[in-house]
Design a protein around this ligand. Structure first.
Ligand SMILES: NC(=O)c1ccc[n+]([C@@H]2O[C@H](COP(=O)([O-])OP(=O)(O)OC[C@H]3O[C@@H](n4cnc5c(N)ncnc54)[C@H](OP(=O)(O)O)[C@@H]3O)[C@@H](O)[C@H]2O)c1
Length: 299
């Protein structure tokens, strides 16, 4: 059998994360997935459901309890993976999928999961990834580019800069939290509508640039899954009294296309952001799936 490809998916007990685990495992007998879940109980139920529907996955999926907002939890999870496989590189890839806060006003909490979460996970798990071509996929959102689009030129330059650093991203996030706490004006600060979710995903895209630059031997990219019906988005349809499908939401499986492309195919670059059609997208404006791909800075 070909060498086992082991992949961690965070926030995988439901939604797009769960569908990602399932579609990864369907893709080959040599694939093994750590199903990340902050709740042991919800994670166990997810593994059980998956194995009920797919008994053939037995032995290839394992719950990994992991709260991306908690340093100790992330470190313990990395320790468990490192201890379990007596090899130099126990992991082929990591999918930073866990996310919260569409419509939330709690800036600190949303940034702590959606942006600092992937940073925590990468700090702990990158040493376990295959140093020669291992993959990281950060699940961002079209809310990122849409947010950047409404920012001042100076903010746009930072959030799209090839030289952006984590320290600069952290500084920006702290500034945004202070504006929220003090009841300041986001627009005046060049931060558009100050959407915590949009900012968190714009910062995640910027972090993807920095991480890829610092790890040139890995393939590190971000993507949006598209508009997918999950517990995150369903309230949008409910509040309007319409069917999620009528609003254009697609089933979770369809939200895994770009994620799997960035894990297993040749994305043609690293530190990039992709649309749900698995084509490259710009960081500062929305590109509809099916529209021509973004070709880089000289566009
Ligand atoms: N659905 C869309 O249309 C859409 C569009 C663009 C981007 N996205 C992104 O896609 C990703 C998945 O979202 P989804 O739509 O599948 O939402 P979802 O169904 O609400 O799933 C979110 C997952 O993240 C987990 N999670 C939340 N906080 C966590 C933490 N601190 N540590 C670990 N796991 C945590 C949740 O676990 P619990 O069950 O314990 O809460 C759940 O498993 C998110 O990053 C989201 O921003 C979704």
């Amino acid at each position: 059998m070909a060498q086992q490809q082991r992949i961690l998916v965070t926030g995988a007990n439901k939604g797009i994360g769960f569908a990602t685990v399932q579609t990864i495992l369907e893709g080959g007998d040599n694939r093994f997935v750590f199903l990340g879940s902050r709740s042991k109980q919800r994670g166990e139920a997810a593994v059980e459901n998956l194995l009920d529907d797919h008994p053939e996955f037995e032995g290839r999926v394992q719950l990994l309890q992991l709260d991306v907002a908690d340093d100790a939890s992330v470190e313990a999870a990395a320790g468990q993976v490192a201890g379990q496989f007596d090899e130099d590189a126990p992991l082929y890839g990591v999918v930073n999928n866990a996310g919260i806060g569409l419509g939330s006003a709690d800036m600190q909490k949303v940034l702590d999961v959606n942006t600092r979460g992937p940073k925590r996970v990468c700090d702990a798990f990158l040493p376990l990834i295959d140093p020669d071509g291992g993959r990281v996929v950060n699940v961002a959102s079209a809310s990122g580019p849409n947010f950047v689009n409404r920012c001042s030129e100076q903010r746009q330059r930072l959030l799209t800069s090839p030289e952006v650093t984590w320290e600069q991203i952290e500084e920006l996030m702290e500034e945004a939290v202070a504006i929220e706490t003090e009841g300041g004006d986001f627009e005046e600060a060049g931060l558009g509508d100050g959407s915590p979710y949009g900012l968190s995903k714009a910062c995640l895209n910027a972090y993807t640039i920095a991480l890829a630059r610092e790890n040139p031997n890995l393939v590190i990219n971000a993507c949006t899954p598209g508009f997918i019906e999950t517990d995150l988005t369903r309230p949008m349809a409910e509040s309007r009294g319409v069917d999620p499908e009528e609003m254009g939401m697609k089933p979770p499986r369809e939200g895994t296309r770009s994620i799997r492309f960035l894990l297993f195919d040749e994305p043609g670059g690293t530190g990039w952001y992709f649309g749900s059609d698995a084509e490259r997208s710009p960081l500062d404006r929305y590109r509809s799936p099916g529209d021509p791909p973004y070709r880089g800075d000289d566009e």
